[in-house]
Write a protein that binds this ligand. Structure first.
Ligand SMILES: [Zn+2]
Length: 260
């Protein structure tokens, strides 16, 4: 199970004395951020939390870091990137709640002496609320002259372009429309095949949206399955390639960022 993957790096699975001793080496601390959100009839709703945790675990392993328990709820699903809030099960936070959670966690980490944090986001809609949580926490810390350096990343931005081109044969629909589609289905097949129901995979369809969002959300343009782009070409092999190449780029970028 993902819950105990790289367990030796999981802060929630270690004692406080072990954590205290590990902090002396100034490790990079990884915090995955996901959502509880519909991901079509074939994927579990914790998909974004599972994938961000998997990326964070592998990056922590590569950089000798530590991993926090992830944020398993996220900001409200948007029609053009997650199908919207109209699906049963999509259980979302107000932006202020998500912001406050991250702000609190970062302040607590600083209090323990942590100085380097990477927030690995797996849910498009979280981005600016995570940014706000980081900004407010750093403002708090500046008052007490505590230093912390925080990276926020969306893991998919590290996936090499050449890998995407090889999988989509030049027709990559973009990250927003890739909701529950080829990329996420492939990575889930590689990581947690028992949680993927290939018999429930819907016929290929693509969301069709205007250049704006409408509120209250109507669901217009969202395929009835909740899958926003074709997924039937997904495979575990593609998933393994995606995960390995993404983690390698992420680790390299973070090595440069933290000069390690
Ligand atoms: Zn997702």
């Amino acid at each position: 199970m993902i819950e105990t993957e790289y367990a030796h790096r999981r802060i929630d699975l270690m004692s406080w004395t072990t954590y205290r001793d590990r902090l002396k080496d100034d490790p990079i601390i990884f915090l995955p951020a996901g959502a509880l959100e519909q991901h079509g009839p074939h994927l579990p709703m914790g998909c974004d939390a599972i994938l961000s945790a998997a990326m964070a675990a592998r990056a922590a392993e590569a950089l000798d870091g530590l991993q926090l328990p992830g944020l398993r709820y996220g900001y409200k699903s948007q029609s053009r990137s997650g199908g919207g809030q109209l699906f049963p099960g999509t259980t979302s936070l107000d932006g202020a709640t998500l912001t406050a959670m991250l702000r609190d966690i970062l302040r607590e980490l600083a209090r323990h002496g942590a100085r380097r944090v990477v927030v690995v986001n797996g849910h498009v809609e979280n981005q600016w609320f995570l940014t706000e949580g980081i900004d407010l926490a750093l403002r708090d810390l500046a008052r007490s002259q505590e230093e912390m350096r925080v990276v926020r990343c969306e893991y998919w931005n590290y996936t090499p372009q050449a890998v995407l081109e090889s999988m989509f044969e030049g027709a990559f629909p973009g990250v927003d429309l890739e909701h529950a589609a080829l990329l996420e289905t492939s990575m889930m097949l590689a990581l947690q095949p028992h949680l993927v129901d290939l018999d429930a995979l819907p016929e290929d369809a693509t969301g069709a949206f205007p250049g704006h969002d409408v509120y209250p959300q109507t669901g217009e343009g969202v395929p009835s399955s909740g899958v926003l782009a074709p997924a039937r070409a997904a495979s575990a092999e593609k998933g393994r390639t995606l995960i390995e190449s993404t983690v390698a780029e992420m680790a390299a970028a973070l090595r440069r960022e933290f000069a390690i």
